[in-house]
Write a protein that binds this ligand. Sequence first.
Ligand code: 3UK
Length: 549
Amino acid sequence: MARSAHVDTFAADNLPPKDQWPEFINLERLGYPERMNCAVELVDRNVSEGRGDKLAVVGAATRWTYSELAEKINRIANVLVDTCGLKPGNRVLLRFPNTPTMVAAYFAVLKAGGVVVATMPLLRAKELAVIVDKSELSLAICDNRLKEEMELTKAKTDRLSTILYSGGDEAGSLEALMEAASPEFTACDTATDDVCLLGFTSGTTGVPKATMHFHRDMLAICDCYAREVLRPQESDVFMGSPPLAFTFGLGGLVLFPFRVGATAVLLERAGPDDLLKAIPELKPTVLFTAPTAYRAILAKKGETDLSSLRKCVSAGEALPKATWDDWLAATGIRILDGIGATEMLHIFIAAREDEVRPGATGKPVPGYEAKVIGPDGQEVADGTPGRLAVRGPTGCRYLADDRQAKYVIDGWNVTGDTYIRDADGYFWYQARSDDMIVSSGYNIAGPEVEGTLLAHPAVAECGVVGAPDPDRGRIVKAYVVLKPGVTGDADLVKTLQDYVKAELAPYKYPRAIEFVDTLPRTETGKLQRFALREIATGGADALHARAAS
Ligand code: 3UK
């Protein structure tokens, strides 16, 4: 292991014990040097290789070339070190919508040897204070527009001593300090395995976990998934919806374009309607978003011109075959589904356009290995469902957390997903392992029923969970959002039930269907099945109480 550049050893001190690390494979093949700062590799290299005048990042009000971005980064790094006293290894909280300034601040922290703690804009003071305390950080950079919750956070913890606000030009603002700072900065001579990012998981329940990633990890995802599967070009323009605090967004909207000198277009608001408007205007060639957004865009496809798009990536949750088929019919593009995780930093199973099997996630990304294991930890036969286990050059390291021993088993990362591998080596997603519905002894995967319902013309969105049932233990219950103009009545319930029975083994059909206006989702676009389960459980209890009284 190379000598760390960290003066503040918090990150190294809180790595899991070595015997609980996953096995990292194929690192030699990537051939990274012992000393490396990923900010230099991802930004400065574009300048030194002659792409200084190339457009790096575009925001609502700014367009910076790689040279301009590199200068902003240097100025912020100087502010961090000279004004804020940042020492290598210190954590810095970032709180921004997706903007060019966030990107500059992100790389400034990395270049100065700090550790980035990026946060989702929608988080509240209560959640932010947990992150501040867990990361033991005292310094934050925050967009003016998110100041209120930042100040509430400051009041909740005694750690935050310095907050730089960005977006104004008053004395003391980030911009004023940058103006006065030098445009030159020598990168901190970090080790390739110095921690540079604490990625908090979008976990749906429980205390948040912080995953720890090294400088080399930031490049490894570019040199495995992006280089081998996505295969972007320098001329590409990237756009998408995930927040940069979600590693899906970080990789897809910043690291991947920067690794090849392409352009990142950042949207501060990136719901489906914003994408519909931005795509014809800004003409991205590569799109990163979640399955729901693909469906929402499809519903309004007549209203927009999607012809600039060349590649579309979907992750965060399973991409139903119906969505894949409809997108191909509408755009001629084969969506690249891929499963990733905050623990793995980015996507580790996917397929290139020419190798996609619609409905399957794909095969292990070059550099990664995957297998399906049974309850005893042994690999199961192809065709048998079991838990997904993966390993590669990136992997899970939780900051001081007992759950490390649950995620990493025998050197493999066990993601909590149930998968089936087919005889050709393709991996087929079934469900989150704890989302499998057991009804009358049958194992039913909610996402399979969802994918089927979504193919029905009346259905816009749906979520399928197990609802308690006195006879069957659980029954399959579907929460369905209908397309505009469709009325949810008893006839439609019967129609949808018959539809599923005709498409899947009949025991999987939803015995209960409820029509709703929206489904609960996380900021990363995931359906909150646990919230639906709670509703399903509460509903049954409420019913029971009424029957009893
Ligand atoms: C689920 C998928 C089926 C799966 C992520 C790309 O989602 C990301 O990270 P999270 O930590 O969640 C991980 C979990 O999400 N999932 C993600 N992608 C798919 N399920 N098909 C998919 N294509 O349960 C996984 O364990 O929030 C995704 C890149 C970076 C990421 N952090």
